[in-house]
Design a protein. Structure first.
Ligand code: C2E
Ligand code: C2E
Ligand code: C2E
Length: 91
Protein backbone atom coordinates (compact mmCIF):
# COMPACT_ATOMS: atom_id res chain seq x y z
CA UNK A 1 0.00 0.00 0.00
CA UNK A 2 1.05 3.62 -0.20
CA UNK A 3 -0.40 4.93 3.01
CA UNK A 4 0.41 8.50 3.83
CA UNK A 5 2.05 8.30 7.22
CA UNK A 6 2.11 11.99 8.04
CA UNK A 7 0.43 13.18 11.19
CA UNK A 8 0.89 16.78 10.00
CA UNK A 9 -1.92 18.48 8.16
CA UNK A 10 -1.51 19.44 4.53
CA UNK A 11 -2.28 23.14 4.41
CA UNK A 12 -2.34 24.81 1.00
CA UNK A 13 -1.41 28.48 0.70
CA UNK A 14 -4.23 29.80 -1.49
CA UNK A 15 -2.57 33.17 -2.13
CA UNK A 16 0.51 31.49 -3.62
CA UNK A 17 -1.73 29.13 -5.56
CA UNK A 18 -3.67 32.03 -7.04
CA UNK A 19 -0.52 33.71 -8.36
CA UNK A 20 0.82 30.67 -10.25
CA UNK A 21 0.48 30.19 -14.03
CA UNK A 22 -2.79 28.39 -14.82
CA UNK A 23 -1.19 25.81 -17.13
CA UNK A 24 0.81 24.37 -14.22
CA UNK A 25 -1.37 25.06 -11.23
CA UNK A 26 -4.76 24.72 -12.98
CA UNK A 27 -5.66 21.18 -11.87
CA UNK A 28 -4.64 21.92 -8.27
CA UNK A 29 -6.52 25.22 -8.29
CA UNK A 30 -9.67 23.50 -9.57
CA UNK A 31 -9.34 20.75 -6.96
CA UNK A 32 -8.94 23.33 -4.17
CA UNK A 33 -11.91 25.40 -5.41
CA UNK A 34 -14.05 22.26 -5.50
CA UNK A 35 -13.19 21.51 -1.86
CA UNK A 36 -13.89 25.13 -0.91
CA UNK A 37 -17.28 24.91 -2.63
CA UNK A 38 -18.17 21.60 -0.95
CA UNK A 39 -17.31 23.09 2.45
CA UNK A 40 -18.71 26.54 1.73
CA UNK A 41 -15.26 27.74 2.87
CA UNK A 42 -14.43 30.67 0.59
CA UNK A 43 -12.69 33.24 2.75
CA UNK A 44 -9.55 31.46 3.89
CA UNK A 45 -5.94 32.34 3.02
CA UNK A 46 -5.16 28.67 3.52
CA UNK A 47 -7.05 25.41 2.98
CA UNK A 48 -6.45 22.24 4.98
CA UNK A 49 -6.95 19.21 2.75
CA UNK A 50 -7.06 15.48 3.36
CA UNK A 51 -3.87 13.46 3.12
CA UNK A 52 -5.87 11.27 0.72
CA UNK A 53 -6.39 14.29 -1.55
CA UNK A 54 -2.62 14.63 -2.05
CA UNK A 55 -2.58 11.07 -3.38
CA UNK A 56 -5.41 11.87 -5.81
CA UNK A 57 -3.60 15.03 -6.92
CA UNK A 58 -0.39 13.04 -7.50
CA UNK A 59 -2.32 10.81 -9.91
CA UNK A 60 -3.72 13.86 -11.68
CA UNK A 61 -0.19 15.30 -12.06
CA UNK A 62 1.28 11.88 -13.03
CA UNK A 63 3.85 12.14 -10.22
CA UNK A 64 4.60 10.26 -7.04
CA UNK A 65 3.19 11.91 -3.91
CA UNK A 66 6.78 12.77 -2.90
CA UNK A 67 7.46 14.45 -6.27
CA UNK A 68 4.22 16.40 -6.05
CA UNK A 69 5.05 17.47 -2.49
CA UNK A 70 8.42 18.83 -3.69
CA UNK A 71 6.71 20.63 -6.57
CA UNK A 72 4.16 22.22 -4.25
CA UNK A 73 6.99 23.43 -2.02
CA UNK A 74 8.81 24.92 -5.07
CA UNK A 75 5.58 26.70 -5.96
CA UNK A 76 5.27 28.08 -2.43
CA UNK A 77 1.90 26.35 -2.03
CA UNK A 78 3.13 24.07 0.76
CA UNK A 79 5.28 24.98 3.73
CA UNK A 80 8.88 23.69 3.24
CA UNK A 81 8.63 21.80 6.53
CA UNK A 82 6.24 19.39 4.78
CA UNK A 83 9.07 17.68 2.91
CA UNK A 84 10.49 16.09 6.02
CA UNK A 85 7.21 15.40 7.78
CA UNK A 86 5.07 13.97 4.97
CA UNK A 87 6.13 10.36 4.64
CA UNK A 88 4.81 7.88 2.09
CA UNK A 89 5.02 4.13 2.30
CA UNK A 90 6.40 1.93 -0.50
CA UNK A 91 4.47 0.73 -3.54
P1 C2E B 1 -5.27 24.98 12.57
O1 C2E B 1 -5.87 23.82 11.89
O2 C2E B 1 -3.80 24.92 12.85
O3 C2E B 1 -5.59 26.26 11.67
C1 C2E B 1 -5.03 27.53 11.97
C2 C2E B 1 -5.71 28.61 11.18
O4 C2E B 1 -5.45 28.39 9.79
C3 C2E B 1 -7.24 28.62 11.32
O5 C2E B 1 -7.59 29.43 12.43
C4 C2E B 1 -7.68 29.24 10.02
O6 C2E B 1 -7.56 30.64 10.07
C5 C2E B 1 -6.65 28.72 9.05
N1 C2E B 1 -7.11 27.49 8.35
C6 C2E B 1 -6.58 26.25 8.43
N2 C2E B 1 -7.20 25.41 7.60
C7 C2E B 1 -8.18 26.13 6.98
C8 C2E B 1 -9.14 25.81 5.99
O7 C2E B 1 -9.26 24.66 5.46
N3 C2E B 1 -9.96 26.81 5.60
C9 C2E B 1 -9.86 28.07 6.13
N4 C2E B 1 -10.73 28.98 5.69
N5 C2E B 1 -8.95 28.41 7.05
C10 C2E B 1 -8.12 27.46 7.47
P2 C2E B 1 -9.00 29.20 13.15
O8 C2E B 1 -10.10 29.11 12.14
O9 C2E B 1 -9.12 30.27 14.19
O10 C2E B 1 -8.88 27.78 13.85
C11 C2E B 1 -7.97 27.59 14.94
C12 C2E B 1 -7.84 26.11 15.25
O11 C2E B 1 -9.12 25.59 15.63
C13 C2E B 1 -7.39 25.28 14.07
O12 C2E B 1 -5.97 25.25 13.98
C14 C2E B 1 -7.95 23.92 14.45
O13 C2E B 1 -7.11 23.30 15.40
C15 C2E B 1 -9.27 24.27 15.11
N6 C2E B 1 -10.35 24.26 14.10
C16 C2E B 1 -10.98 25.29 13.54
N7 C2E B 1 -11.93 24.88 12.69
C17 C2E B 1 -11.88 23.53 12.73
C18 C2E B 1 -12.62 22.52 12.08
O14 C2E B 1 -13.53 22.75 11.25
N8 C2E B 1 -12.28 21.25 12.36
C19 C2E B 1 -11.29 20.93 13.23
N9 C2E B 1 -11.02 19.67 13.45
N10 C2E B 1 -10.56 21.85 13.86
C20 C2E B 1 -10.87 23.14 13.62
P1 C2E C 1 -18.21 13.91 3.90
O1 C2E C 1 -16.88 13.32 3.57
O2 C2E C 1 -19.36 12.97 4.00
O3 C2E C 1 -18.04 14.66 5.28
C1 C2E C 1 -19.20 15.16 5.95
C2 C2E C 1 -18.78 16.13 7.02
O4 C2E C 1 -17.96 15.46 7.98
C3 C2E C 1 -17.95 17.29 6.50
O5 C2E C 1 -18.80 18.31 6.05
C4 C2E C 1 -17.18 17.70 7.76
O6 C2E C 1 -18.02 18.46 8.62
C5 C2E C 1 -16.94 16.36 8.44
N1 C2E C 1 -15.61 15.79 8.08
C6 C2E C 1 -15.36 14.71 7.34
N2 C2E C 1 -14.05 14.43 7.33
C7 C2E C 1 -13.45 15.40 8.06
C8 C2E C 1 -12.09 15.67 8.40
O7 C2E C 1 -11.10 14.96 8.07
N3 C2E C 1 -11.88 16.79 9.16
C9 C2E C 1 -12.91 17.61 9.53
N4 C2E C 1 -12.59 18.72 10.22
N5 C2E C 1 -14.18 17.35 9.26
C10 C2E C 1 -14.45 16.27 8.52
P2 C2E C 1 -18.24 19.44 5.07
O8 C2E C 1 -16.95 19.99 5.56
O9 C2E C 1 -19.38 20.39 4.87
O10 C2E C 1 -17.94 18.67 3.71
C11 C2E C 1 -19.02 18.19 2.90
C12 C2E C 1 -18.51 17.21 1.88
O11 C2E C 1 -17.57 17.86 1.00
C13 C2E C 1 -17.74 16.05 2.48
O12 C2E C 1 -18.65 15.06 2.86
C14 C2E C 1 -16.87 15.61 1.30
O13 C2E C 1 -17.64 14.84 0.39
C15 C2E C 1 -16.52 16.93 0.65
N6 C2E C 1 -15.25 17.46 1.15
C16 C2E C 1 -15.07 18.55 1.95
N7 C2E C 1 -13.77 18.76 2.17
C17 C2E C 1 -13.11 17.77 1.52
C18 C2E C 1 -11.72 17.46 1.39
O14 C2E C 1 -10.81 18.11 1.93
N8 C2E C 1 -11.40 16.40 0.61
C19 C2E C 1 -12.36 15.63 0.03
N9 C2E C 1 -11.96 14.55 -0.69
N10 C2E C 1 -13.70 15.89 0.13
C20 C2E C 1 -14.05 16.96 0.87
P1 C2E D 1 -8.70 17.61 11.16
O1 C2E D 1 -10.13 18.00 11.12
O2 C2E D 1 -7.87 18.06 12.32
O3 C2E D 1 -8.65 16.01 11.08
C1 C2E D 1 -7.42 15.30 11.26
C2 C2E D 1 -7.59 13.86 10.81
O4 C2E D 1 -8.59 13.22 11.62
C3 C2E D 1 -8.08 13.75 9.38
O5 C2E D 1 -6.94 13.79 8.51
C4 C2E D 1 -8.74 12.37 9.41
O6 C2E D 1 -7.77 11.35 9.34
C5 C2E D 1 -9.36 12.33 10.79
N1 C2E D 1 -10.77 12.81 10.75
C6 C2E D 1 -11.27 13.97 11.26
N2 C2E D 1 -12.60 14.04 11.09
C7 C2E D 1 -12.96 12.90 10.44
C8 C2E D 1 -14.22 12.40 9.97
O7 C2E D 1 -15.29 13.01 10.09
N3 C2E D 1 -14.18 11.20 9.33
C9 C2E D 1 -13.02 10.51 9.16
N4 C2E D 1 -13.06 9.33 8.48
N5 C2E D 1 -11.81 10.94 9.60
C10 C2E D 1 -11.80 12.14 10.23
P2 C2E D 1 -7.15 14.18 6.97
O8 C2E D 1 -8.24 13.35 6.38
O9 C2E D 1 -5.80 14.04 6.35
O10 C2E D 1 -7.64 15.70 6.97
C11 C2E D 1 -6.73 16.74 7.25
C12 C2E D 1 -7.47 18.03 7.50
O11 C2E D 1 -8.16 18.44 6.30
C13 C2E D 1 -8.53 17.97 8.56
O12 C2E D 1 -7.93 18.12 9.84
C14 C2E D 1 -9.41 19.15 8.21
O13 C2E D 1 -8.77 20.36 8.61
C15 C2E D 1 -9.38 19.10 6.69
N6 C2E D 1 -10.54 18.33 6.17
C16 C2E D 1 -10.51 17.11 5.63
N7 C2E D 1 -11.71 16.73 5.21
C17 C2E D 1 -12.56 17.72 5.51
C18 C2E D 1 -13.97 17.92 5.31
O14 C2E D 1 -14.72 17.09 4.78
N8 C2E D 1 -14.46 19.11 5.73
C19 C2E D 1 -13.70 20.05 6.33
N9 C2E D 1 -14.30 21.18 6.74
N10 C2E D 1 -12.37 19.89 6.56
C20 C2E D 1 -11.81 18.75 6.13
Amino acid sequence: SSAVTSSTKIVLNLESLGSLPADEAGPLARYASTIQAQRHDYNGKVLSIRAEDLKSLAIIYDMSPDELTSRLIEWGVLNPGMESVVGFGGP
